[in-house]
Design a protein around this ligand. Structure first.
Ligand code: G3P
Ligand code: MG
Length: 222
């Protein structure tokens, strides 16, 4: 089963930082998941929340802060600031794939084009269907994943309609439905989020899930 380091194994490293990238690369991860949005000076930066308040020593909206202001912050006491996507792409080793989650529709075309020119393995994911359609138009070669936490969003049918290679449901959904066989019949792989328990991973394995997104590097028990 594929192991995807959520924000770079957020229980073990300062989330969405270069230190987390290094941790994921030196752990058992196959992929690092990270979140991106645009800052005030125009760069695409790696940060989950709309504000910096929860995980840094600063305050304010990412969209109102410049790249330099974000770089000067301290993420979770690591001494490291908020990195740009380009800095992560420059640092990622060939052995680690990336899952770049677009938190805003407005960054998607640029992110898709950036990933298309990246030498390594990288996919783009989003909860936003408009973002995935935009990525498909901007850079058809970049694999995409439809994120959802609801069966009402018709996870597999929507992923097919959007031309996605993956569907990324909340881990409850494959336990409650035939999502995985339906996805596999449609030629789509299933990576679930965010799993903390090895016993849940075993159940998900019985469901045929292809990968799990986790905050913990030991969740597969391997
Ligand atoms: O990509 C899976 C997961 O990261 C989605 O939720 O809020 O942690 O970005 P969130
Ligand atoms: Mg995410």
């Amino acid at each position: 089963m594929r192991l995807i380091a959520h924000r770079g194994f957020a229980d073990e490293a300062p989330e969405n930082t270069l230190a987390a990238l290094e941790h994921a690369a030196s752990s058992d991860a196959d992929v690092m998941e990270l979140d991106v949005r645009r800052c005030a000076s125009g760069e695409v930066v790696v940060h989950h929340d709309g504000t910096v308040d929860r995980v840094t020593d600063g305050t304010g909206r990412v969209a109102d802060l410049t790249r330099d202001e974000l770089a000067a912050l301290d993420v979770l006491g690591s001494g490291e600031g908020v990195p740009t996507l380009d800095e992560v792409l420059d640092a990622v080793p060939d052995s680690l794939a990336l899952n770049v989650e677009c938190k805003e529709v407005g960054v998607t075309s640029e992110v898709a084009e950036t990933l298309a020119s990246h030498d390594g393995d990288a996919m783009l994911s989003s909860f936003e269907q408009a973002a995935l359609a935009e990525a498909r138009d901007a850079a058809p070669s970049v694999p995409t994943a439809f994120l959802t936490d609801s069966l009402r969003n018709r996870p597999v049918a929507t992923a097919v309609e959007l031309g996605c290679d993956y569907v990324h449901p909340h881990y409850f959904l494959p336990l409650l439905s035939k999502l995985v066989p339906r996805a596999h019949d449609a030629g789509i792989e299933v990576n679930v989020w965010t799993v903390h328990s090895p016993s849940i991973v075993r159940l998900l394995g019985l469901c045929g899930v292809d990968g799990v997104v986790s905050d913990r590097s030991d969740v597969l028990g391997r």
